[in-house]
Design a binder for this molecule. Structure first.
Ligand code: ADP
Ligand code: MG
Length: 417
């Protein structure tokens, strides 16, 4: 296995991906562009990635025979989401390369393990800033909550399988907490203090087999009902006064340098230390909260991240290219940000259900320079389901504010298509 791990996997070999959603689809596209073939493992016949891959194994994640078929089909496998059972990854890991490792995914897929892991990490910047939380796994654990923590109002989150704000209930006191815990059938949860968020940002980076990093610009994120709505670069939250001085690419470059020197460097370094701690190979995103100027770590995504989708259109090498490079044991590539001001808007299934009846949105209404529409090929729109996204690329003479205004006007239009 050791010698196998060192070798670079060359095209046209097969690469495997667990999960066939939009992240798997972008991975497949990136891999195929580099000459690889892809086998997608996803129980959904209609999965967006399964439709375009060379091979689709359409079986449940615990089907050992199907996993044997996957092992026989490729030398290395990665994952597009953290909810693949860690057991499945460990089974694959016995015979083929799994990057990131089952250990990394097992931590990121369970909020309790994740928080316990994070709070122990010591870095050159100090301890990881984890917000106030307690583990709720029994009625007793509710009764035992220390009043001094002042944890209410809080958010009860199921430890596993939550995504896009699902599996979360806001609670104001122990009575509501007990009811919420029951709603979740008493499965293990975390209860987090609800922060008064002034902004959210994410750091997306990749770490190679040799432990080398590439880092994307820090991304500003805003959510609606727990689902990402808009992401933009550059992230101004740490240094908002620079917002108005940008009017040329030269200024922009200077600003990035300035930003890099102080504030967000800390969070990039903290994110790197998480990846180092996990001997991580692949793309990792870390979501951060800002409250009253203080930063708290929210969660680790052990994969490319929705907020990193700007990189598909704004960079020479996007986050999925890095996922392929890391998986195959290649050196990573500098992202080369060609459009340092850009905004991404998510398109949810809600758009299909205006006025009660289901109808196709009129995307042709969204037109203009530097605007790219991506649809994921999902057969069935559903409320809250991610169906696609739009990238708005900052044109040469546009300021950050101009691009944001264009994005906001598109967001308004989207809601009336
Ligand atoms: P998911 O796994 O669904 O992404 P998150 O824990 O990231 O779950 O929560 C989704 C969103 O809900 C966050 O991005 C943030 O906007 C909001 N949120 C989550 N936890 C908190 C918190 N402790 N305080 C305030 N807002 C929160
Ligand atoms: Mg999240």
């Amino acid at each position: 296995m050791q010698s196998k791990l060192k070798k670079v996997i060359q095209p046209p070999e097969f690469l495997g991906i667990l999960g066939g959603g939009q992240l798997g689809r972008f991975f497949t596209i990136a891999a195929q562009k580099m000459g690889y073939s892809v086998v997608v493992f996803d129980p959904d016949k209609q999965s967006p990635a399964g439709k375009i891959a060379e091979k689709h194994i359409c079986k449940p994640y615990n089907d050992l025979k199907a996993l044997d078929e996957l092992k026989a089909s490729c030398r290395a496998v990665t994952t597009e989401f953290e909810n693949v059972p860690a057991k499945t990854l460990r089974y694959l890991e016995k015979d083929i390369i799994v990057r990131p490792s089952s250990k990394a995914i097992a931590i990121a897929q369970n909020r309790i393990k994740e928080k316990n892991f994070l709070k122990k990490i010591k870095t050159t910047e100090g301890l990881m800033p984890v917000g106030t939380y307690v583990v709720i796994d029994s009625i007793e654990s509710i009764n035992n909550i220390d009043e001094k923590l002042r944890i209410f109002p809080g958010i009860l989150k199921i430890a596993e399988f939550g995504y896009d704000g699902k599996g979360q209930i806001h609670v104001n006191n122990k009575t509501e907490l007990e009811a919420a815990f029951k709603t979740f059938n008493n499965v293990p949860c975390t209860l987090e203090k609800k922060l008064n968020l002034e902004s959210e940002f994410s750091v997306v980076l990749a770490r190679s087999v040799d432990g080398e990093f590439i880092v994307y610009p820090t991304i500003h994120n805003s959510h609606d009902s727990g689902i990402l709505e808009l992401s933009s670069i550059p992230y101004m939250g740490l240094n908002p006064q620079i917002l108005n001085i940008v009017d040329s690419d030269a200024d922009m470059a200077k600003k990035f340098e300035k930003l890099k020197k102080y504030k967000d460097n800390i969070y990039i370094n903290l994110t790197k230390s998480i990846a180092n701690e996990l001997s991580y190979i692949g793309v990792m995103a870390v979501e951060w909260f800002v409250e009253g100027g203080r930063k708290y770590i929210n969660e680790i995504a052990p994969r490319p991240h929705n907020s990193g989708h700007f990189s598909i259109d704004a960079c020479v090498y996007n986050q999925f290219d890095q996922q392929v490079l890391a998986l195959t044991g290649n050196k990573l590539k500098q992202p080369e940000v060609e459009f340092p001001r850009s905004v991404m808007l998510n398109i949810l299934g809600d758009l299909w259900f205006r006025d009660g009846a289901q109808k196709e949105p009129k995307f042709e209404m969204i037109a203009g320079l530097g605007i790219k529409l991506h649809l994921y090929g999902k057969a069935e729109p559903r409320i809250g389901r991610k169906m696609g996204h739009i990238t708005i690329l900052g044109l040469r003479d546009e300021t950050q504010e101009d691009v944001m205004n264009r994005a906001l006007s598109i967001l308004g239009k989207l809601k009336s298509l």
